[in-house]
Design a protein around this ligand. Sequence first.
Ligand code: NAD
Length: 509
Amino acid sequence: MNARPAENIGADKIVGHFINGADVADDNRPLAVTNPATGEVTKHVAMAAKATVEDAIAAADAAFPAWRNTPPQKRAKIMFRFKQLLEEHADEIVAALTDEHGKVLDDAMGEFFRGVEVVDYACGVSELLKGEHCKNVSLNVDSWSEFQPLGVVAGITPFNFPAMVPMWMFPMAIACGNTFVLKPSEKDPSAPMLVAHLFKQAGLPDGVYNVVNGDKEAVDTLLEDPRVQAISFVGSTPIAEYIYATGTRNGKRVQALGGAKNHAVVMPDADIDNAVSALMGAAYGSCGERCMAISVAVCVGDDTADEVVSKLKRELQGLKVGNGIESGNEMGPLVTRAHYEKVRGYVDLGLDEGAELVVDGRNLVVDGHEDGFFLGACLFDKVTPDMRIYREEIFGPVLCVVRAESQEQAMLLIDKHEYGNGTCIFTRDGEAARYFADNIQVGMVGINVPLPVPVAMHSFGGWKRSLFGDLFAYGPDSVRFYTRRKTITQRWPTGGVREKAQFSFPSNR
Ligand code: NAD
């Protein structure tokens, strides 16, 4: 492959862009990229100027007519090769993820393969694009609907899943016949670049997939350019809301997935040991930097809460925190110094607000990694809904335990919360679980499953202020998002017979 492996990129190197099938060097406003486990600057990434983004849009626009007319089966063949190349290069891409994001290798591998599963789904695009057909809707009149690609579409993605979240978007968009411009996170830019080179190697024509690195200037160019037909965004809620408002005002189709505060309800009858194991992974995996992380455990009854808290406390004593590249570690560092300060500030705030800090990770030092952005796991008990640590997304290894008296009270809390991304219930009671799943105001629900991230043949999305737009990411919704329905009604006059003009509205009355 042509891409430079992550380890060959030194601090003086600048990650540029991938436009029209080629690396584009760029030293415009280089931004430092750090290894969060060591605090070292390992490379820089260029912040694209407006003109560079316009070059990428122009390349995608030029590639669209031929790609749109490429038969879906041929597009699928490229997807098959792409999937195979992704699997062959998994180690290299996953190493880049850990190097720049900090998550432990196993977790990075999991993220990567959940992205590959969407490529897998995109391989079936010929089946997914089959239209709807009705014969003889009126005498000798046939009618059908088909799903046509939109044109140039753009994706803007967050730091926390630098491989998977772009793969939620571009494989399906491209399989449906669109061309694509990705603006990944500036915090961990290498994986998307490596993936772009593999797509080219799989046989993707130049210009169909482009990557521009950048910040607000790049994003605003995508939002304003009339050639961009649709935008998929994943990130924090304030930016999601901005993207949705600006993109739709400019006439684009927009789906903007935002932040979260995911609650797990622990019922008194739950298998508490298994619930505690599940909470450990869901709250502290990836250092809590997942949009589906459990950040609130709502324990029903004081006995349940006491048991959950004491067992979590015991488990947390054994949590292995360290450099994600070293095997055996379970939790790595936070992504940047600034994010570390922000999360740590929330722990201080929780104490000021009167919550009980049962486990305090603020003084953790990882030997040999004194400059890394490590924050130990933190556990708050007796958190109440008026506290900011309850209301706001912290996005770090901080779990808040809230005590509720009943399932109804627990559900009311969840329903009242601003976010509605994911939730789960731990119980042995099928009726309670069914009631929960039926009625809770959240987009993705787990029953004894702490991270109910839908697999590739379902679609991913939250409710309330966790999603702006109508359609979810990947899965069946992505076919609808990345295509426009056209309905054609056809009639061929028979036998040269001249028919009379009809002035009444045609119906089958
Ligand atoms: P972010 O909102 O800061 O950034 C996301 C993207 O928007 C990045 O590409 C960034 O460069 C760009 N951006 C940032 N500020 C901008 C601005 N002012 N104008 C235009 N573009 C801007 O998010 P993040 O910190 O990278 O990621 C973490 C957030 O993403 C969390 O809130 C998390 O919950 C959310 N997230 C949500 C989902 C989901 O599916 N709902 C998935 C993953 C992450």
